[in-house]
Ligand binder design. Structure first.
Ligand code: V47
Length: 378
């Protein structure tokens, strides 16, 4: 049964309570489809009222993006973990002579992609460290190999930090590199490397990494060239609520300018084997609030993705009621979170996504990277 506002009756009763509570003015703006300010974002980020925030985010999700929840049949490749940046939050990157350092030779990448052929992923997602020993031709050849083996798969590869690095080592600059990589199969950029845009936090957690401004600039260039990208935020380390809000607002501004972001993915910090191993994992409460905050502030993003590998399948499923509408994918092999202590599996079959999505009463859709529908399930 529905009330006049189009909400189920039960939701109407909850709405009344939210409107009468301390976040009522913000809820009113969400109902009117109005944009939230920085101050309102900070009030949400600091509020303990998870249920009210989740209710608003779920409402915003329903209005903006409907009842579909997406997943993708994809495969990840990490070609090297040797990295010159050695970010303090990262357990994956290491020096060339450190135990466990690796580089996949091009024939090893070819063999890996050959294995992928059995399950025909529609996306190959590639990221790695900034390895000074690899020439630009390695990256071009890697994409050629993937494209030759899986001509129909979309290649989402190299985050903005890697693209900036490739621009430097090749002398081609960001635009030159993106142009050359696109010729050999690059389809879009993943959202990694954003961390937290605030330079003071960045100095503590990743002093060698490009600035947040530069990260945004690389995405701006990609968007201007017609390449879609994703955006992430690494949270649960040294940042404060205002840092999260400012980060999201910078993404919102760039999206207003270019419209080139597809999905936003909040990434909960995993601390094992990092310089911050004394920090606990973010709570489930904080994870859900962060998803909801993103849905409420990022009013120009259609897709809020809960990366089940980092969030855990259970929390990722609950997050579907807190603003998320994408669970990412089958993945198959994941090193970045697992090196930092993630205890989730590295693979989930499509059937698991169908179950997770149906259990919360939503409609599962297998998508490709740019959200074309591959199959809508009843
Ligand atoms: O760039 C690194 C983050 C990112 C840790 O675009 C960590 O669809 C948690 O960007 N704990 C890589 N996070 C993963 C990534 C990603 C994942 C899934 C989908 C997409 C997409 C992008 O992971 C890194 C960094 O921001 N990271 N170390 C850590 N210890």
């Amino acid at each position: 049964m529905f009330t006049d506002g189009g909400l189920p009756e039960r939701d109407g009763r909850i709405l009344e309570k939210v409107l009468a509570g301390p976040l009522g003015d913000i809820a009113e703006k969400i109902l009117q489809g109005e944009r939230l300010t920085r101050e309102e974002g900070i009030r949400l980020a600091e509020s303990p009222d998870l249920m009210a925030i989740g209710f608003m985010a779920d409402y915003a999700r329903r209005c903006r993006a409907g009842d579909i929840v997406y997943f993708i049949n994809n495969a990840h490749i990490n070609h090297t973990n040797i990295c010159k940046n050695l970010c303090r939050f990262c357990a994956f990157g290491r020096k060339a002579d450190a135990p466990g350092a690796f580089v996949l030779a091009l024939d090893e990448i070819a063999a890996k992609v050959d294995e992928f052929k059995h399950y025909q992923p529609t996306e190959v997602h590639i990221v790695g460290g900034l390895n000074p020993a690899l020439p630009f031709s390695y990256y071009e050849e890697m994409l050629r190999i993937v494209r030759r083996a899986l001509p129909d798969a979309h290649i989402q590869a190299f985050d903005a930090v890697e693209i900036d690095f490739l621009g430097e080592i090749s002398g081609l600059g960001v635009e030159g590199v993106l142009g050359r990589l696109r010729e050999v199969g690059l389809g879009s950029l993943p959202g990694g490397g954003a961390e937290i845009i605030n330079p003071a936090v960045r100095r503590e957690i990743c002093p060698q990494k490009i600035s947040g401004e530069r990260w945004l600039e690389v995405h701006r260039i990609a968007h201007q060239m017609g390449l879609y990208t994703n955006a992430t935020m690494l949270y649960g380390h040294l940042e404060c609520p205002a840092d999260r809000v400012d980060h999201l607002l910078r993404l919102r501004s760039l999206q207003d300018e270019t419209g080139g972001f597809l999905a936003f993915i909040p990434l909960p910090f995993h601390s094992e084997n990092t310089s911050f191993s004394h920090l606990p994992r973010s709570s489930g409460f904080d994870d859900l609030k962060t998803v909801a905050l993103a849905r409420l502030l990022l009013d120009n993003f259609l897709y809020i993705k809960s990366f089940w590998i980092m969030l855990t399948p259970n929390l990722a499923q609950i997050s579907l009621n807190f603003g998320a509408n994408d669970l990412d994918g089958t993945v198959r092999e994941e090193k970045i979170a697992h090196d930092a202590g993630a205890a989730t599996p590295q693979y989930q079959p499509s059937e698991s996504f169908l179950r997770m999505i149906r259990e919360v009463g939503r409609i599962p859709v297998e998508r490709d990277t740019v959200y074309n529908v591959i199959r809508r399930y009843s």
